[in-house]
Design a protein around this ligand. Structure first.
Ligand SMILES: Nc1ncnc2c1ncn2[C@@H]1O[C@H](COP(=O)(O)OP(=O)(O)O)[C@@H](O)[C@H]1O
Ligand SMILES: CC(C)(COP(=O)(O)O)[C@@H](O)C(=O)NCCC(=O)O
Ligand SMILES: [K+]
Length: 244
């Protein structure tokens, strides 16, 4: 069994896999990292490997207490990945985006793919049918948009995510919900339209903490899967074992 751990900038997501089957998934905060992993390993005693991808400031050291119980692998740029990396600064590419690209290739072979991860940030990653990782885009995620409107102004309240009542906001809060939610929906649809101008066919995978909320509001056919990064992490590790 493998315990895959995705350390994002907001939350930590983890899942236990038996081969390609996800047995259970978990979400927790950085402050609960050690205790949560300990509980999972206690419940799934047959776990042999802990596979971690981190884009946060959580370092290898945070997992050191588990080193006698399981093999620990921190996914890094030096691992084998199933794509040609065409990013001009490959050394600065987020490890989460590399794992997503690998997962897109391994789960959806021989086709163009757009992966959208709506987390703290929204990341867009495009991998063509010849398995070239071409790059993409980074923009603020939903919660970050609400927080920055509040943080950088004197008068705007901090709101939490809500579906807009109507497009033309009739109050400060309606205007904020409309701007934040519709703004991101238009951005995603605009990005998809832009890529459609360049590639006639591609699949779209939507993941991240806001994927379910956003999928309901998008016109395009999209594979929304909140566990896509964890599944990809498991597959990237299997790929490493086969190709190292
Ligand atoms: N309990 C929660 N705490 C924080 N964010 C949440 C929660 N539930 C849903 N979200 C949404 O999830 C998004 C963060 O997604 P997530 O995939 O966890 O980010 P990351 O991978 O960057 O840590 C936020 O924009 C927020 O709207
Ligand atoms: C863009 C990100 C902050 C997204 O992180 P997340 O929203 O998943 O927490 C992360 O992929 C990252 O730190 N990337 C490095 C820059 C790059 O990918 O070019
Ligand atoms: K993201």
């Amino acid at each position: 069994m493998i315990l895959a751990v995705d350390v994002g900038n907001t939350r930590i997501k983890a899942a236990v896999f038996e081969d390609n089957t996800l047995l259970e998934s978990f979400v927790f905060l950085k402050t609960a990292l050690e205790k949560s992993i300990e509980n999972i390993l206690e419940k799934y005693k047959n776990t042999t490997h802990l596979v971690i991808a981190s884009v946060s400031d959580v370092e290898k050291q945070a997992f050191i207490s588990f080193k006698d119980a399981v093999n620990i692998h921190f996914v890094s740029q030096t691992d084998p990945f199933p794509f040609v990396n065409c990013y001009e600064t490959p050394q600065t590419l987020g490890i989460d985006r590399m794992v997503l690209a690998a997962g897109a290739i391994l789960q959806y072979p021989n086709q163009n793919r757009l992966v959208i991860d709506a987390g703290t940030c929204v990341t867009y990653d495009f991998i063509d049918e010849n398995d070239n990782y071409l790059g993409g885009a980074i923009s603020p995620g939903l919660r970050l948009r609400y927080e920055s409107l509040h943080h950088f102004t004197a008068k705007l309240p901090l709101l939490t995510l809500e579906k807009p009542k109507r497009f033309i906001g009739k109050s400060t809060s309606e205007s904020i919900h409309s701007g934040v939610v519709n703004g991101l929906v238009f951005e995603i649809e605009g990005c998809i339209a832009e890529i459609k101008g360049q590639y006639s066919k591609f699949i779209i995978i939507l993941t991240g903490g806001d994927s379910v909320f956003l999928a309901k509001r998008l016109k395009n056919t999209i594979f929304a899967n909140s566990n896509f990064l964890l599944e990809s992490l498991n597959q990237t590790f299997q790929y490493k074992i086969k190709n190292d």
